[in-house]
Design a protein around this ligand. Structure first.
Ligand code: GDD
Ligand code: MN
Length: 362
């Protein structure tokens, strides 16, 4: 089979019959399948699509009951696709189905990835607000900076990849990712990328599901696809919590001195213990949220291992700092360096012991 076209849908019952009709015309004679991936839309898009599949044998419909989200819907379609070219297109008639012919032609002449673009010759946008134009411009610029290979319209949801591009990357792709195209572009070092212009039309039926936090989501996504490979976002969160622990400890020492007659040694010991506990809970409910420990026994076990690991970290911190002192390094720098190495150690061991396992909660 030549082409598998994946169409993610959510509440597109009015658009899907028109789109399938248009695709049937444009792709007549192409050996193809069209896979509609619907997340159990309340407007019963899946049912409308299934009715259509009686007339069009190349139309497959997946109704997902538990998984949700645009990126994971696209990946679910790719996973069962049988074609050599895997394409994605929105259901809301904003993407121009005529461009699919150019997609196929580019693929035949050697492209590995083809991107439908609003910003090359033949491309354009109908009725876009200045705000949406501005956001799109910022997004394109950020993507150019962050990724080794970019395109004129990296936010496009209209593109195709050769099957081998999908197969060789599928295990690294983030199904909760924000833009599936970015995931491919970030890993496309040896791929030939082509762009095809198309005019992005206004939506007629239904409404957009894209949230207003796109730029924020994009920054996170680009971070994860670039520097995040060395320092994952999880590590940054862990670091932020680590720094917060210093503030907690300082505050506890202050309280001890103001309101008790405890010696400094005791105050420090108490402050260390309390900051370890706040770090544990903050990490559990923020840094490692998808894998967080729930239930009294799991949390107790987590607290104990976390303590043991922190103790190991403290010893590493001290050992490194003392060693550096013997080379005449300044005490603050020696300690800061020891602290940083200990943080990496704490993080790695905690990921593999305290919060090991696969993400379970959303
Ligand atoms: N299965 C599934 N699950 N489909 C979804 C979901 C979901 O959670 N959310 C959205 N969709 C489907 C919609 O039904 C539509 O077919 C397509 O995904 C795109 O959603 P829209 O809500 O129409 O997105 P948009 O028009 O705001 O954004 C488009 O333009 C952006 C660039 O400006 C999309 O093409 C984006 O991918 C693109 O980046
Ligand atoms: Mn749309």
């Amino acid at each position: 089979m030549q082409l598998s076209l994946v169409i993610p849908t959510y509440n597109e019952c009015q658009n899907i019959p028109i789109l399938i009709e248009r695709i049937a015309k444009v792709l007549e004679g192409v050996e193809k399948e069209v896979i509609v991936v619907d997340d159990n839309s309340p407007d019963r898009t899946w049912e409308v699509a299934r009715t259509l599949s009686a007339r069009y044998p190349w139309l497959r419909v997946i109704r997902r009951m538990t998984d949700k989200g645009l990126s994971s819907a696209v990946l679910a379609g790719f996973e069962i696709a049988e074609g050599e070219i895997l394409a994605v297109m929105d259901a809301d008639l904003q993407h121009d189905e005529q461009a699919l012919i150019s997609f196929i032609r580019e693929m035949e002449s050697g492209a590995d990835i083809v991107v439908g673009s609003r910003k090359v010759k033949g491309g354009g946008i109908v009725d876009w607000s200045p705000i949406r134009k501005f956001i799109s411009g910022v997004a394109t610029l950020l993507t150019k900076i962050a990724l080794p290979q970019s395109v004129s319209d990296p936010m496009s949801g209209f593109f195709a990849v050769k099957k081998h591009v999908y197969v060789s990357n599928k295990n690294q792709i983030n199904p909760r990712g924000f833009k599936i195209l970015l995931e491919f572009l970030a890993r496309a070092k040896h791929c030939k990328i082509e762009e095809v212009g198309y005019v992005f039309k206004g939506r007629v039926h239904g409404e957009s599901k894209i949230s207003s936090s796109v730029v924020f989501d994009l920054i996170i996504a680009l971070y994860e696809l670039s520097i995040g490979k060395v320092f994952p976002t999880q590590f940054i969160k862990y670091g932020i919590i680590g720094i917060s622990g210093l503030f907690v400890a300082t505050f506890v020492i202050y309280l001890c001195r103001m309101f008790t007659h405890l010696s400094e040694a005791y105050s420090i010991a108490i402050s260390i213990e309390i900051s370890i506990l706040t770090n544990f809970f903050l990490n559990n409910f923020w840094t490692f949220r998808p894998k967080r420990l729930l239930g009294i026994w799991n949390i107790l076990r987590g607290i104990i291992t976390f303590h043991a690991i922190c103790l190991g970290g403290a010893l590493i911190n001290q050992a490194i700092a003392l060693k550096l002192l013997t080379f005449g390094v300044d005490v603050y720098i020696a300690n800061a360096f020891g602290y940083f190495i200990a943080a990496i150690w704490n993080y790695i061991i905690n990921v593999n012991i305290t919060w090991k396992g696969r993400p379970e909660h959303g």
